[in-house]
Structure formats: structure tokens, C-alpha cells
Ligand binder design. Structure first.
Ligand code: SF4
Length: 220
């Protein structure tokens, strides 16, 4: 039987793609450090997650902060915005007439990234929604706060496979309680955990060990 604890947080994939160690520090070692970037990102998400702000425009039902999960990937999360757009090839929605296609939208504070972190997060949301609503989703979008634009994303088989592979690896790390060792890259400069990770000093120790040693030193 699958327990609640077998499910990973969907949004973790963005950290995992950015740096596997960063993901492990947050989700395996429970370390976190807010910086301006993450605080502003949280505020933008709170706005998108206001569940009282669902609305119906002419041909679109907009649902904010929708809880989602996939038993196939063993992940749970929240979709910032799901648009249900009137479409005769779509699905029925409770309490509404007609059929709708399902269109997930992820909100990001910054601008499009060089890596696929945001895209794979959106693809994971699409996989959850497909499983929950028995529909197929071939496109979604990422809204970037800095550019105030939506970037459309095609939900391709290749992106689905990458997303599945990443979560498989994350489950393996979780099962082994494995935190990868430091491998400094240019990503470290923009990393909200660099002061905890201490990339130059901690080539072999885990953060837990470092903090335990630090506390022991202070007490000595
Ligand atoms: S400082 Fe660098 S190695 Fe450490 S978690 Fe951040 S990105 Fe990863």
C-alpha cells in the first residue's frame, strides 16, 4: 500500500533540476534560507493561490490554487492557475454546462530560465491534471512576473519522459536519504542556500554533520 509519505512535493522538481544537492538540502535535510528571490516568489504564489478568486469569464473558468496529485508519479502539489476553456473536444466540469479543455498555468517571479526547471514543473502539473480529470493536455503556459508575459509550453512526450525520470531519481534519493556532495557550478551564485551549503568548505560533510559540529564547537 502507498502511504502519504511516499508522495513527493511536485514543486521540488524545480530545485532538483537547478541543483540536486539544493533539492536534497531542502527536502531531505529540511534546510531552507529565504532570500529576496524566494520571498518574492512566495508572495506571487500566494496571490495566484487565493482560492476565493475563482472566476468565470465568457468562455473560460479560472481556478486558482487547485490541489493536484499523481499516483503514477507519487507527487502532490498545487496548480497556481488552471483555465478551463470552452472546447467541444474537452471534458465536462461539475456544475458547468458544455465541455472544456484543461490549461495549466504556472506563475514565476522572474524571467524564462536557461534550464528546463519551470517547464518540467508545468509538465508535472499537466500529468497530475490528466490523471485526476481523465483528460489529455497538450499545452500549458508559464507566466513570468518580470516580463509580464505567458510563455506557452507544448507538453511533449520527451518532456513527459524527462519529468518522469527526474521524479524517479528524487524518489530514489528520498528512499536512500541521500544528499549529493557539493559540486560548485555557476548556479551557486544565485543559490538561496549557498550560505548553508558552503560550497567551498563542505566537499564531503553533510549539513547535519556540519551544524552538529558547529554547535559542539560553540558549547566547548
Ligand atoms: S550552493 Fe551550489 S552546490 Fe550548494 S546547493 Fe546551491 S547550487 Fe547546489
Amino acid at each position: 500500500m502507498i502511504s502519504h509519505y511516499d508522495y513527493l512535493q511536485l514543486s521540488g522538481i524545480q530545485h532538483f533540476v537547478f541543483c540536486r544537492r539544493q533539492w536534497a538540502l531542502i527536502f531531505i535535510e529540511n534546510q531552507w534560507a529565504d532570500n529576496l528571490r524566494t520571498v518574492e516568489g512566495t508572495l506571487l504564489h500566494e496571490k495566484a493561490h487565493d482560492p476565493t478568486s475563482d472566476e468565470k469569464r465568457k468562455d473560460i473558468i479560472i481556478v486558482r490554487g487547485m490541489p493536484i496529485k499523481s499516483d503514477k508519479l507519487r507527487i502532490t502539489g498545487i496548480c497556481d492557475v488552471v483555465e478551463f476553456i470552452a472546447d467541444e473536444n474537452g471534458i465536462h466540469i461539475n456544475n458547468y454546462e458544455g465541455k472544456y479543455k484543461v490549461y495549466p498555468i504556472e506563475y514565476k517571479r522572474g524571467e524564462p530560465k536557461e534550464n528546463e526547471a519551470d517547464i518540467l514543473q508545468l509538465v508535472a502539473q499537466a500529468i497530475c491534471l490528466e490523471e485526476m480529470l481523465c483528460c489529455s493536455i497538450n499545452e500549458g503556459a508559464i507566466y513570468y512576473g518580470k516580463t509580464r508575459r505567458r510563455q506557452k509550453v507544448q507538453i511533449t512526450d520527451s518532456l513527459r519522459n524527462s519529468t518522469t525520470r527526474f521524479f524517479k531519481e528524487m524518489h530514489e534519493y528520498t528512499q536512500r536519504q541521500y544528499t549529493p556532495k557539493v559540486k560548485p557550478t555557476k548556479s551557486c551564485n544565485a543559490c538561496s542556500l549557498k550560505n548553508i551549503c558552503l560550497p567551498k568548505l563542505m566537499k564531503s560533510k553533510s549539513v547535519k554533520d556540519y551544524i552538529a559540529n558547529h554547535i559542539a564547537d560553540e558549547k566547548a
